[in-house]
Each structure stands twice: as structure tokens, then as C-alpha cells.
Design a protein around this ligand. Structure first.
Ligand code: MG
Length: 385
């Protein structure tokens, strides 16, 4: 039995919801995990506090204005402070980093995640957009560099845990669970009146605003289906979303003998974070244990694809392939932002994305630069409307 080596982690996106939970997980395993780098876009105050509390060796701030604040505040600490987007890539290269954990929100996570793989570093990925936008390029690069992408999302971690030790050709289908969000069972007429506050209230998971809105529209599940396709090398039509309001079964895999394996637990993002960071080892935790008596009813139902059209938009974009998932993702980010600013209605979100897909010209990007160009073109076009 090989001894579990201490892993040095670069945490990109440390100030968001996933980032702060990742810091807690890392701090719980000082014998196994070492925090080498924390990085954030612009949240100076929180980043300073995190640097003082968790003692990384390197801090990266993307925005220059925030950099000066952070640098000055940490002058008395034994820590290097770097600035700029390029620094996110530079830290991935460093010898002192064994694994990159990306909790960056949005398409900004694409370049550093790709760079981590290019450097042959294992990538623990909480950022959905990376695989949605550039899944083919990412998985190809991981294979070529003989490294791996480890899922951090709860559903993908569940699927991953179900297929460990199984042969790929024995996977018949993936059943990816969805809570259904706060508007499960609602009619289209009811959705017409949804307010921002209602959409920001997720029944089971505590997450950032973008992913909370995405969960309520089921776009989150759409993005996750595309992620699963790339992570587990499965055709999109063998991935079935299933609504499970209790969020206890985190996903399931059905095998060619008809057997189904599921991964269960009390909803917490800490467990998937820990599994990715310590894989292939399973380590102890004090996370809450599932007591079946507390959940006498675990229910499952088909998602309502007519009331929540975002799910099928994701299947459509994925089947089309090429730049389409990138266009869909950009259009969704713009739509959610407009909704968060209360400039469009909740029910306008899917229509906004469908229009963007209809107008896009198909192409097959080959590089991160090409994907990012399509992303910014799509946003620019949609913003001028
Ligand atoms: Mg998820």
C-alpha cells in the first residue's frame, strides 16, 4: 500500500462559494494537503483575510486596482503577491504546485484550467464553463499530457465514485440527478411572475448567485450533462437528467448487466471537494452523516422540459457541437446577468439563449483563443441588442 503523498494545491477562485469551502477542506487535512496558492479576481478584503488565516505562499489578484490594496495589506506577511490574468497561468506551471483546483466562476476559468493540463498538472475542476465550452480540447489535452481532470461538482463526483473500478464499456447510461430548483412543479404562467429574490433561494444547496439561477432554470443541469459527456466520454443521449428533490442521491450509473450504482450523502460540497483533492484515496471527514430515517421518502421524477426549456437547449447545443455550447454558455451568462440586474424577466432567459443559438454561425474552434474570441463576440453581439 503506497503512502498518501502530501499534495500542494493552487486554488484559483478562492473567494467564491466553492473557493471558501475548498479552503476549509484543505485546512482540515494539514497532513495531506498544503495550500500553496490562492487567487481571486478582485475581492481584496476577503483575499487578504484568507491569506492571513490560511497562510498560502503565493497570492494572485487579477485586477490591478485590487492588487495594490492586497500587496500593501500583506506587506508584513511572508507571502508573494502577483497581479494579472497571466499570473493565474504562471502559478499552474510552478514546481511547488502539484494540483490545480479551479473554482473560478464563468468562462474566465478556461485559460488557466487549460494551462494546468498543458503543464501536465492534475486539474480538480469546479468551473463548469471550461468543459462546456471546450470539453473536446480539454479532454484531448489531458490525454496527451497523461494527466487527468477530477470532477468537483457533486453530481460528477458521484458518477466518478460510481465508476471507479468499472470498465468503461460496461457503462450503459448515466442518471444525473437534479433538485428541480425552487420552481419545480410550477406552470409557465406562474414562472411569468418570478422575482429575483425567489430565484435566488435554492432549496438544498448553498451556492453563488449565477449557479443558483442556473439551477432554477435547469440550465445548470444542461451544463452538467455536457460536462458529464466529456468527463466520462459518453454520448449525450446516454446521460439522463432525473429530478430528485431531496438531493440525497447525487447521481447514478447504470451498467450493462442492469445494475445501478448510486452515491448518496447529505448535501455538502465539502465531500466532493475533498474526494477530488485526495483522490485516489478516500479520507476521513467529520461531514454530517446521512440518516435514512430522516429521509423516509426519496423521490424521482422526469424533468418538465416544456416549462424549463434550458435543458433541451443544452442538449441541442451539445449535439450541434463546435462553437454552439460556447455560444449557449455566453448567452446564458449574459441572460442571467441581465436578470440579476432586473433588466429582463425570468421567463426571458431561455428565449434569449435560443435566439443566440439561432443566429450563431457554426464553426469548429481549435484553440482556447478561438473559443474565447467566440465567447466575447457572442457577448458583444448580445449586449448591443
Ligand atoms: Mg452540481
Amino acid at each position: 500500500m503506497s503512502e498518501q503523498p502530501k499534495r500542494r494545491i493552487a486554488l484559483l477562485g478562492s473567494t467564491g462559494s466553492m473557493g471558501t469551502q475548498s479552503l476549509e477542506v484543505i485546512a482540515q487535512h494539514p497532513d495531506l494537503l498544503q495550500l500553496e496558492v490562492i487567487a481571486a479576481n478582485s475581492s481584496a478584503d476577503l483575499l487578504i483575510q484568507q491569506a492571513r488565516q490560511y497562510k498560502p505562499n503565493i497570492v494572485v489578484v487579477v485586477q490591478e486596482t485590487a492588487f495594490n490594496v492586497v500587496k500593501a495589506a500583506l506587506a508584513d506577511e511572508d507571502v508573494k503577491v502577483f497581479c494579472g490574468e497571466q499570473s493565474l497561468c504562471d502559478v499552474c506551471e510552478m514546481e511547488c504546485v502539484d494540483m490545480v483546483l479551479s473554482c473560478i466562476v464563468g468562462v474566465a476559468g478556461l485559460r488557466p484550467a487549460y494551462h494546468a493540463l498543458e503543464c501536465g498538472k492534475p486539474l480538480a475542476l469546479a468551473n463548469k464553463e471550461t468543459l462546456v465550452v471546450a470539453g473536446e480540447l480539454m479532454t484531448k489535452t489531458a490525454r496527451e499530457m497523461n494527466t487527468c481532470i477530477l470532477p468537483v461538482d457533486s453530481e460528477h463526483s458521484a458518477i466518478f465514485q460510481c465508476i471507479v473500478g468499472e470498465r468503461h464499456e460496461t457503462i450503459e447510461k448515466i442518471l444525473i440527478t437534479a433538485s428541480g430548483g425552487p420552481f419545480r412543479g410550477w406552470t409557465r404562467e406562474q414562472l411569468e411572475k418570478v422575482t429575483l429574490a425567489q430565484a435566488l433561494k435554492h432549496p438544498n444547496w448553498s451556492m453563488g448567485p449565477k449557479v443558483t439561477i442556473d439551477s432554477s432554470t435547469l440550465m445548470n443541469k444542461g451544463l452538467e450533462v455536457i460536462e458529464a459527456k466529456w468527463l466520462f466520454d459518453m454520448p449525450i443521449d446516454k446521460i439522463e437528467p432525473i429530478v430528485h428533490p431531496q438531493s440525497i442521491v447525487h447521481s447514478m450509473v447504470q451498467f450493462t448487466d442492469g445494475s445501478i450504482k448510486a452515491q448518496l450523502g447529505v448535501p455538502t460540497m465539502m465531500l466532493p471537494i475533498q474526494y477530488a483533492l485526495t483522490y485516489p484515496f478516500r479520507t476521513e471527514s467529520n461531514f454530517p452523516r446521512l440518516n435514512f430515517a430522516d429521509y423516509p421518502n426519496l423521490t424521482f421524477e422526469k424533468p418538465d422540459r416544456e416549462v424549463f426549456p434550458c435543458l433541451d437547449l443544452a442538449f441541442r447545443a451539445s449535439r450541434q457541437g463546435g462553437n454552439m455550447p460556447c455560444v449557449m454558455n455566453a448567452a446564458n451568462e449574459v441572460a442571467v446577468k441581465l436578470f440579476l440586474q432586473e433588466k429582463i424577466r425570468y421567463v426571458d432567459i431561455p428565449q434569449f439563449i435560443a435566439n443566440a443559438l439561432d443566429k450563431a454561425t457554426f464553426c469548429t474552434p481549435q484553440s482556447v483563443d478561438e473559443y474565447l474570441a467566440i465567447d466575447s463576440e457572442t457577448r458583444a453581439t448580445l449586449a448591443t441588442k
